[in-house]
Ligand binder design. Structure first.
Ligand SMILES: Nc1ncnc2c1ncn2[C@@H]1O[C@H](COP(=O)(O)OP(=O)(O)OP(=O)(O)O)[C@@H](O)[C@H]1O
Length: 362
């Protein structure tokens, strides 16, 4: 005889409302909800801290219209380690590779702003600049002169910038030296930086990959335990053709693509507000449709984005209330949720050892 496990009416109700809120199925969210007497605890497996209050209020409002009674609801976040083929890096739960087929589409700018946006959504985040031939992260973080300290001449303490830990070949080697490295040497250098950095416990390590989809990127994607990837593109045909190659590359190495970010989507006139789609329209949207991927969001061609990147004052941190920062946070939440829903959690978390350096996320 088979017994069906009876669900608690409050658990059932909250799961339904929560599923509605996130446009998901009840089965997707049921495990996030637990009920203890008149207290409900919701633990979301993705970063969306700026929404917790709103979710709480929405649930309370829906409950008030029901016959159920609940004293309190707490909403928190807990990000799992996602499964990868290669063994995970010590202290890092998820590695997210930011890639673009074509150069100059704004991949590094997006990587930096997304890293801070994820942090503002409650995640512990680090960034690794894998663009061995053109490391731009140190400039964008405003700490070009920083260099990782090493107490034992073997491991590096990653420099911190605006509350984010970072490492880059740009901190370690003069640009002209790295520029002549061949592919295998570049991939080895990256693996070494990844393994020898004393990363604090991180929910996400954002890796800014070099542009393109050649051997170097493929080797990197194979050698590093990449949990998932995000592809940045502009809406023009040329960039989209290359973005398509990027999707194919990640498919080949079985790394899930969380979605596309369309950068320089349109130019908005600062005087009259008119939107001009200089690099064409609906490009990333149709590419996303073609591959059944989400379009995580779109950013305009905007002087402020460039100025903050050039000045080393990350826009999301220094202008957190701007419309652009809001968009970056929406993309961060969508990416984090997409990861939680597409990548199964790893069986164990034994690679999470504790902070080897003192680190207080900003
Ligand atoms: N949305 C945007 N609006 C205006 N300028 C932007 C935007 N995104 C990026 N930029 C600017 O475009 C230039 C290229 O950006 P970035 O270095 O991020 O591109 P990339 O794709 O990482 O390039 P590559 O990998 O080829 O080095 C930078 O000067 C940056 O400030």
């Amino acid at each position: 005889m088979f017994f069906r496990r009876k669900t608690h009416p409050v658990q059932d109700f909250i799961s339904r409302v929560l599923a509605d809120y996130f446009s998901l199925e009840k089965e997707d969210v049921a495990s996030w909800v637990s009920v203890d007497g008149a207290s409900v605890s919701i633990v979301l497996p993705f970063a969306c801290k700026t929404q917790h209050e709103q979710i709480n209020a929405y649930l309370l409002q829906q409950l008030a219209q029901s016959s159920l009674s609940v004293d309190e609801i707490t909403v928190t976040g807990q990000i799992h380690t996602g499964q990868t083929k290669q063994p995970p890096v010590k202290n890092i739960k998820n590695v997210i590779a930011i890639a673009s087929g074509k150069g100059g589409v704004g991949k590094s700018t997006t990587a930096v702003n997304l890293a801070y946006a994820l942090q503002q959504e409650g995640a512990r985040v680090g960034i690794l600049d894998a663009d061995i031939y053109g490391p731009s992260i140190p400039i964008m973080l405003g700490n070009e002169d920083a260099s990782p300290r090493s107490a034992d001449n073997k491991h590096m303490e990653p420099p911190e910038a605006w509350g984010l830990v970072a490492n880059s070949i740009g901190y370690l080697v003069p640009a002209e030296d790295a520029a002549v490295w061949r592919g295998p040497m570049a991939s080895r250098a990256l693996k070494q930086i990844l393994d020898e950095t004393l990363w604090p416990m991180l929910d996400y390590l954002i890796i800014d990959l070099p542009p393109g989809t050649g051997d170097i990127q493929l080797t990197m994607a194979q050698q590093i335990p990449v949990t998932a990837s995000i592809i940045v593109t502009t809406p023009q045909d040329l960039a989209l053709a290359d973005a398509q190659k990027g999707i194919a590359m990640f498919n080949k190495v079985n790394v899930p693509v969380l979605g596309l970010v369309e950068n320089m989507s349109f130019y908005q006139c600062v005087k009259c507000g008119h939107k001009d789609p200089i690099f064409s329209e609906f490009g990333a949207e149709s590419l996303a449709d073609k591959y059944g991927l989400p379009l995580l969001g779109a950013l305009p061609l905007n002087t402020q984005i460039r100025e903050h990147a050039d000045a080393g004052t990350p826009l999301v941190v220094t202008q957190p209330d701007s419309e652009l920062a809001v968009t970056y946070r929406e993309i961060a939440r969508a990416a984090s949720m997409s990861l939680a829903l597409t990548v199964p959690p790893a069986q164990d978390d034994s690679h999470i050892k504790g902070d080897p350096i003192s680190f207080k996320p900003g």
